[in-house]
Design a protein around this ligand. Structure first.
Ligand SMILES: Nc1nc2c(ncn2[C@@H]2O[C@H](COP(=O)(O)OP(=O)(O)O)[C@@H](O)[C@H]2O)c(=O)[nH]1
Ligand SMILES: [Mg+2]
Length: 234
């Protein structure tokens, strides 16, 4: 499985929560991988960033993945356009299209977070099978806790919020497990198609990369020779 999304979406938090080890997370620069068991199946999760600069390494992971988890920070409206762009670039990739995709509308604990239906619209999630969207809280925010100690917040601000509070947060941690279960189930039922596809495309991608590497080496060699000739003639 590959877990993608913009930086700060909550990918690393989601993975550590799933693993049951709320480890301290550091921003993902390249990628990292975590192995765990979900529903008695060994799964390897690749945590890959979604920023423009990192997208060059996407195909490498896309080719190996049976399913995709896309994580979005539902409270960061300023980056919705960027997230949508990232989402569509991923789902239309030749190694991804047709594979099961789970979308985690994360940070549902943030009061200003958009609900799953709004996120579905925002990302323009295709209305076809193979896409599922769930609300998640990968890691409950601690920001604001200290502030809540302040009497103004505690006595004046928070009670106002409590009045409008609904119960939509309930069962959200469970939602994450249900979401992963769905993804595993989809991958499982399509394994006859997915397994050979992954094998074929992984090889294809490896070949592409080897070719690129050779071409690069050849270029470097040419440049070196050219430099040597220059120093001889001067
Ligand atoms: N409030 C809240 N904060 C979250 C949630 N998930 C992650 N965060 C915070 O968002 C920040 C980025 O999370 P991280 O997992 O490192 O994101 P990544 O860059 O996608 O791997 C961290 O400060 C997390 O504590 C969530 O569900 N709710
Ligand atoms: Mg990370």
């Amino acid at each position: 499985m590959i877990v993608i999304g913009l930086d700060n979406a909550g990918k690393s938090s989601l993975i550590s929560t799933l693993k049951g080890e709320p480890a301290e997370t550091v921003p993902t620069l390249g990628f990292c991988s975590t192995k765990m068991h979900i529903e008695n199946v060994a799964v390897e999760l690749f945590d890959v960033g979604g920023g423009k600069s990192i997208r060059g390494i996407w195909p490498n992971f896309f080719s190996k993945a049976h399913g995709v988890v896309f994580v979005i920070d539902s409270s960061d409206e300023e980056r919705f356009a960027e997230a949508k762009d990232c989402f569509h670039e991923a789902i239309t990739h030749e190694y991804v299209s047709g594979k099961p995709i789970l979308i985690c509308a994360n940070k549902q604990d943030v009061r200003t977070a958009c609900k799953t239906e709004k996120i579905r619209e925002t990302l323009a999630v295709p209305e076809t099978e193979g896409f599922k969207i769930i609300g998640t809280i990968a890691k409950r925010g601690t920001v604001g806790m200290a502030e809540a100690e302040s009497s103004l917040l505690r006595d004046v601000v928070l009670p106002l919020y409590d009045e409008v509070e609904d119960d939509s947060e309930e069962g959200i941690e469970e939602g994450m497990a249900t979401g992963m279960k769905w993804l595993m189930g989809e991958c499982g039922s399509q394994i006859g198609v997915l397994a050979p596809r992954v094998q074929r495309e992984t090889k294809e991608e490896q070949k592409k990369q080897e070719k690129q590497k050779k071409e690069k080496e050849a270029r470097v060699k040419q440049q070196k020779l050219a430099r040597e000739r220059e120093t001889k003639t001067s």
